[in-house]
Ligand binder design. Structure first.
Ligand code: KG4
Ligand code: ZN
Length: 359
């Protein structure tokens, strides 16, 4: 079984071809650089850039995999959630290929692409506990199966990736911010002193739920940065120390929130053979976060798993793999499937108190 996957929901134009025995025959990713000058993704520029590059990436993917359209069993494309202009480009490309070559079309939820990636690279059975942290979402979910999710927690304001990006912007580290903050934090020489010098709040810590909040952390970061600017001390050393303090605080918040979710998961699945915590989404590339989660799972006797770093940020392989997971269950979709800017994995989850539209 071979599936071609297309991802265009944000600022990566990506096409991949995957087999049902987990071979990545091609994984073309074009990260749009046009947005750096604006400090964030500009939807109209993103949509135009997807349109400009998508044909070439599809051709290159077929060439890499040494296959033609007739060798494909399905075309999978992200149909939401995301920036609607970009989603439309990838979705219409997928539908056109499917229509012209009479191949089944599979509509993929971008979040489900992240959620299932780990099953492409490892043997992880359902159910598992998932921390999904990206530029647009921060959620804790129980992954019960394809299309079956129970949301335990969500952010009531910013997503974690957004918090990393804003932190980088405040400190002049460019976009995307996550990798830049991580690199700066690694250069911090006196980590204990950094935490004393830059105290930061841990919003929601200790609350009797599994939700997150990052806006207070962002405000505290901004205040520290403003003080440093006033003192003419926004230099590399202080930036590294501040980034270390930020990452350390994020780790503390995650351990607290996940700790609660783990209790719920283990109580619900008492007899499960190999309980597993998975982290996915762009922020899952962060090695400090991975270490915190790994230590937490060791403490509670769970297995920890994360996709390889290059499959954490948006890519076509995760969409093609989600397509394979659907196809294995005989699920394909009509060509009149619509693009959805908002598409929660667990539509029945209650709205978190104080949460905005992203929850
Ligand atoms: O999943 P993703 O590629 O796109 C969305 O679906 O949003 O996630 C992008 C987010 C960005 O906010 C980026 O700064 C963050 O993931 N990110 C990281 C790292 N690499 C990417 N955050 C922290 N540490 C990283 N190494
Ligand atoms: Zn994503």
């Amino acid at each position: 079984m071979k599936v071609l996957g297309i991802e265009t929901s944000c600022d990566e134009t990506a096409v991949a071809i995957i087999t049902d025995d987990k071979q990545i025959l091609s994984n073309q990713i074009l990260s749009q650089t046009e947005h750096a000058a604006f400090g964030g993704v500009v939807p109209e520029i993103a949509a135009r850039a997807h349109l400009e590059h998508i044909d070439r990436l599809v051709s290159q993917a077929l060439k890499d995999a040494n296959v033609s359209f007739k060798d494909l069993d399905a075309i999978a494309a992200t149909t939401g959630p995301g920036l609607i202009g970009g989603v439309m480009v990838g979705m219409m490309m997928g539908k056109s290929i499917a229509a012209v070559h009479d191949i089944p079309f599979i509509s993929i939820n971008h979040l489900e692409g992240h959620a299932l990636t780990v099953r492409l690279t490892e043997d992880i059975a359902f159910p598992y506990l998932l921390l999904l942290v990206s530029g647009g979402h921060s959620q804790i979910l129980i992954v019960k199966g394809v299309g079956q999710y129970k949301r335990l927690g969500t952010t009531i304001d910013d997503a974690l990736g957004e918090a990393f990006d804003k932190c980088a912007k405040i400190l002049g580290l460019g976009y995307p911010g996550g990798p830049a903050v991580e690199q700066a934090a690694l250069k911090c020489k006196d980590t204990d002193q950094a935490l004393k010098q830059f105290p930061l709040p841990t919003p929601m810590k200790g609350r009797d739920n599994c939700h997150f909040s990052f806006s207070g952390l962002k405000t505290a970061m901004r205040r520290h940065a403003e003080s440093l600017i006033e003192e003419n001390a926004l230099n590399d050393e202080n930036i590294s120390a501040l980034c270390h303090a930020f990452q350390h605080t994020v780790g503390k918040i995650m351990i607290d929130r996940l700790g609660r979710a783990i209790n719920i998961f283990l109580a619900e699945y008492k007899d499960i053979a190999n309980p597993t915590l998975v982290v996915a989404g762009g922020v899952a590339a962060n090695l400090h976060l991975r270490k915190c989660l790994e230590d937490l799972t060791t403490t509670v006797g769970m297995r920890f798993s994360a996709p390889p770093v290059k499959l954490c940020s948006d890519n076509g392989a995760m969409i093609a793999w989600a397509g394979i997971e659907h196809l294995k269950q005989g699920i394909t979709h009509d060509l009149d499937t619509e693009a959805k800017p908002r598409w929660p994995l667990d539509p029945d989850a209650p709205i978190a108190a104080g949460a905005g539209i992203k929850a």
